[in-house]
Design a protein around this ligand. Structure first.
Ligand SMILES: COc1ccc(C(=O)Nc2ccccc2)cc1NC(=O)CCSc1ncnc(N)c1Br
Length: 273
């Protein structure tokens, strides 16, 4: 509520429960806000670590970005507070935990489950892009599962507001050589690529360009060395969608709203997401 927005939270407002996991830069605990009995996840970040990794500005930007995002498939950041040594993030609690653990357990997902997840993520990303936010880090480790089995994108540690990037580049882009433009300018289509990688990993249990050495993975990515294993059996419709997302030319990647109309999504995704 608006009143909760302004409130100055302190640790005393919460009963701390079991550890939920070790996120980036800190630990996450189950917690209950004493007055409302509202269950949340409390992420504890050490100021010393934030300082030495120079991510304070990134955290401030994330809190700012998250305060404007409201979507069923985006984990809420309700607020934050700090004390002498730590910063505390008050997060929505995802009752069914981490997606990557679920994927490890099942090895890979059915086409219906994969399509349902991919379509809900596509809707969340359409929402973000509409607000000029690109996530840039869509992977199983950053996805949680809510009480109704719905996916929640968490940990916007690397998201940026695209237009403020344009603002920093205002006008001067014209004189930059392609390689400069190439490296600084990536747009929302990075999230389409990542969603394609995720769809592949949901269906096969391994990411598409996996290799022993990083250098080999890099080579396979830039070459778009996309191969579909014989096992498990996957529909040609699913392969068609993945092939339209994992395209080197960013302007040729299947736009997210077109993804929602793709036959594989239409025939397999559970509309409730
Ligand atoms: C909106 O979710 C976030 C928003 C921001 C950040 C964050 O650290 N940003 C950040 C930290 C340092 C520097 C720059 C950015 C992290 C998260 N989220 C998380 O870390 C997920 C915690 S694990 C968990 N959470 C809920 N329910 C569960 N069952 C589990 Br398990």
């Amino acid at each position: 509520t608006a009143e909760e927005k302004q409130k100055r939270w302190t640790l005393n407002d919460f009963d701390i429960g079991k550890p939920l996991g070790r996120g980036k830069f800190g630990h996450v605990y189950l917690a209950r806000e004493k007055k409302s009995n509202h269950i949340v996840a409390l992420k504890v970040l050490f100021k010393s670590q934030l300082k030495q990794s120079q991510v304070e500005h990134q955290l401030r930007r994330e809190v700012e970005i998250q305060s404007h995002l409201r979507h069923p498939n985006i984990l809420r950041l309700y607020g934050y507070f700090y004390d002498q040594t730590r910063v505390y993030l008050i997060l929505e609690y995802a009752a069914r935990g981490e997606l990557y653990k679920e994927l490890q357990k099942c090895k890979y997902f059915s086409e219906k489950r994969a399509a349902t997840y991919i379509s809900s993520l596509a809707r969340a990303l359409i929402y973000c892009h509409g607000k000029h936010v690109i996530h840039r880090d869509i992977k199983p480790e950053n996805l949680l599962i809510g009480a109704q089995g719905e996916l929640k994108i968490a940990d916007f540690g690397w998201s940026v507001h695209t237009f403020n990037r344009r603002r920093t580049m205002c006008g001067t882009l014209d004189y930059l050589p392609p390689e400069m433009v190439e490296s600084v300018e990536h747009d929302a289509s990075v999230d389409i690529w990542s969603l394609g990688v995720l769809c592949y990993e949901f269906l096969y249990g391994v990411p598409p360009f996996e290799a022993k050495e990083h250098s080999d993975t890099y080579r396979r990515i830039v070459k778009v060395d996309l191969k579909f294993p014989m096992k498990p059996i996957v529909s040609s419709s699913a392969k068609d969608l993945i092939s339209q997302m994992l395209v080197k030319d960013t302007s040729q990647r299947l736009p997210l709203h077109k993804l929602l109309e793709h036959p594989w999504i239409v025939q397999n995704a559970d509309p409730s997401g």
